[in-house]
Design a protein around this ligand. Structure first.
Ligand SMILES: Nc1ncnc2c1ncn2[C@@H]1O[C@H](COP(=O)(O)OP(=O)(O)OP(=O)(O)O)[C@@H](O)[C@H]1O
Ligand SMILES: [Mg+2]
Length: 271
């Protein structure tokens, strides 16, 4: 059984601080002055109805989208204007809402996640110099370790195209973990999964947090999962932060109920 308390780490992950971030697309404000802080080693859920700005927020955190204003800091490092690979090198890894993995074996995909840790240059690798061969072996061992942690060890040498949908989602998760991040951003990790796969992924998130002591930012529409896993929850609606607190606090928040249940919709319109 895993415990909810993270194992003490040699180095605690830095705090991730999002401050007053605004993102505009043409006439649309996708994020409007959004702030939240992810405490070291916590699971922080970012929830809200479709189009609330959750994935846009992940795009800002991972450097794919530059905000019109506001800042993102990881410990003392300012991430706001850095390129995605620099942010990844500082320890922020993400998964995407839609599966991006279609080619290669599980091992190949996990090795892609190790790229940021490669020290041997391209030439050394191509020439199979001893240093490069040793490094490659170390990366493979790490990838195998992550495959075990995420329940993919059986499929390590299987082409991802042959895996079930749930397992392919896990490959995305595992690849992000191969970066050995201090902050892991999971965008809808259980979307499209059946109940058993959802439960298994929830357990993996718990295990990963406990074993690796990293912080997790979780975007998910499965409220049961969010309520079970999250230490803190930030709720977005139309790009604005409408609530923040523990799962119990946000669950009963009238603004959150309104956003989800859409009580502004006239009742007589409902058949
Ligand atoms: N590149 C873009 N160009 C223009 N508009 C965009 C772009 N990306 C997102 N948007 C818009 O910004 C708003 C927020 O989108 P976002 O994808 O962040 O929502 P979300 O909370 O992740 O929704 P979902 O739960 O459906 O995934 C939406 O209205 C979306 O249409
Ligand atoms: Mg999204």
């Amino acid at each position: 059984m895993s415990t909810s308390a993270p194992r003490p780490q040699a180095t605690e992950p830095p705090e991730l601080r999002v401050q007053e971030v605004t993102v505009r697309f043409a006439g649309l404000t996708a994020l409007d002055d959004v702030s939240f802080t992810v405490s070291p080693g916590s699971v922080h859920a970012l929830i809200g109805p479709n189009g609330a700005g959750k994935s846009t927020c992940f795009n800002v955190l991972s450097g794919l989208c530059r905000p019109a204003s506001g800042t993102v800091r990881l410990g003392d490092a300012e991430l706001t204007r850095l390129a995605p690979h620099r942010i990844a090198a500082l320890g922020v890894a993400r998964t995407f809402q839609n599966i991006v993995t279609t080619e290669g074996t599980v091992a190949d995909n996990l090795m892609l996640g190790r790229h940021v840790h490669s020290r041997a240059g391209f030439a050394a690798s191509a020439l199979r110099l001893p240093r490069a061969v040793r490094e490659q072996r170390e990366h493979l061992a790490k990838a195998r370790e992550i495959a075990e942690l995420t329940g993919l060890e059986r499929h390590f040498d299987t082409p991802v195209a042959l895996l079930s949908y749930g397992d392919r989602k896990r490959v995305e998760f595992a690849r992000a973990l191969c970066l050995e991040p201090s902050v892991l951003l999971l965008d809808e990790p259980v979307a499209g999964m059946n109940a058993a796969e959802r439960a298994r992924t929830a357990e993996t998130v718990r295990d990963v947090r406990a074993e690796l002591g990293l912080s997790v930012v979780l975007v998910e529409h499965d409220m049961g999962l969010v309520m079970r896993l999250a230490d803190e929850v930030t709720v977005l609606d139309f790009g604005r932060r409408i609530a923040h607190g523990t799962p119990d606090e946000v669950r009963g928040d009238p603004e959150v109920l309104r956003a989800y249940l859409g009580t502004e919709t006239p009742q007589e319109d409902v058949a």
